[in-house]
Write a new protein. Structure first.
Length: 342
């Protein structure tokens, strides 16, 4: 065991889905009902340090300096155990995980995507530093395989293993339901996140998607309509056509929320404030700007626009909704190991 390298920190960026992941076909492996597609963002991210600690009698998780209870640590332990198993390190010391979200936690600003991506990225380095030098039977893990590990902590984290526009493909099983980078997003595309609320959401995405998949009258249509929207968004990205991408993204968002309106009992993550912003997005679009919305498992609205028009749109929204916090973003990078940054 190499005692010199027993701690690693990684930074991973959040992503916002243009085509949503909503429902698992395998709840243990986290295999999705359909392929999703996202944009990784530059300005919202999680920094996570993982350390082997001989003094611990279990794996522990701190988020923003606060020790989390056993329930909130469960999925992290699940992911750590996948790495133990992969690196044949069942008797490895317990791990301290210290995570700092540069994004509000669990408020529909995708902290779980960056969180589990940073965790997985750091764990790969930690285990490879510790166990590879001594072993001739362990293979290096590439980013594709890593994305399948991140997936089992949080589905959306699969896509944060790469930068730019990324697909999480349906796959045939665990080893090929992985992230595939499709475009670096290094062109005239941007997002503005309108944080209506940074409160922790009442209905987790895990519960929300399960309840929807099990009870919604519209859910049987989800996979097919989602694939149709996906095809259009893919074309739009290839053509760098923001209006084509935006229109299909909005349509997919509305169908996604419609599945919840048709659940039994029905529910929604959207609030009156979300709809006020949607209306304003329409108003801005009518004025000639390329501006489109999407929303996830929370009331916050994510706005897709041209990078060259982002400032103008930001200023207009800020003026109209003085109480709403706006986060500007553009295409962000893949995770990286942090050296002397923490
Ligand atoms: O994997 P989770 O629990 O973060 O689920 C995310 C689900 C949505 O954000 C609503 C959609 C998506 O594809 O990110």
């Amino acid at each position: 065991v190499n005692n010199n390298i027993n701690s690693v920190a990684a930074r991973a960026h959040t992503n916002i889905a243009l085509i949503k992941y909503w429902g698992k076909r395998d709840e243990k492996l986290y295999l999705p009902t359909s392929t999703s597609l996202s944009l990784t963002l530059d300005s919202l991210y999680t920094d996570t340090r993982v350390s082997f600690d001989n003094d611990l009698d279990k794996d522990v998780l701190y988020i923003n300096g606060e020790l989390q209870d056993e329930k909130s640590t469960e999925k992290v332990v699940k992911v750590i155990n996948l790495f133990r198993c992969r690196y044949v390190a069942d008797d490895s010391p317990y791990i301290r995980v210290e995570s700092y979200n540069h994004v509000p936690t669990a408020a529909g600003l995708a902290s779980s995507s960056s969180g589990f991506a940073a965790l997985s990225f750091a764990l790969r380095a930690l285990f490879e530093n510790q166990y590879l030098p001594e072993s001739d039977s362990i293979d290096l893990m590439n980013d594709t395989e890593l994305s399948a590990f991140a997936r089992q902590g949080s589905g959306s984290a699969t896509r944060s293993i790469f930068g730019g526009f990324v697909e999480w493909v349906y796959g045939t099983g665990s080893s090929d339901s992985v992230a595939v980078p499709i475009d670096d997003g290094d062109w005239d595309v941007a997002m503005i996140l309108a944080a209506v609320s940074t409160q922790r959401k009442k209905i987790s995405s895990t519960y929300g998607m399960k309840h929807t998949a099990e009870t919604s009258a519209f859910y049987p249509l989800w996979k097919q309509v989602s694939e149709e929207d996906l095809r259009v968004v893919r074309e739009g990205i290839a053509e760098r056509d923001i209006d084509k991408i935006g229109a299909a993204m909005e349509a997919n968002c509305m169908k996604f929320h419609a599945t919840m309106f048709a659940a039994n009992p029905p529910f929604t993550y959207l609030t009156a404030r979300s709809f006020e912003i949607i209306e304003y997005v329409h108003e801005l679009r009518d004025s000639g700007l390329s501006v489109y919305f999407t929303m996830d498992a929370g009331p916050n609205v994510k706005i897709l626009c041209r990078k060259s028009e982002r400032q103008e749109i930001h200023d207009k929204i800020a003026q109209r909704f003085a109480d709403i916090t706006l986060f500007d973003a553009a295409s962000g990078p893949a995770p990286h190991i942090m050296r002397d940054e923490t």
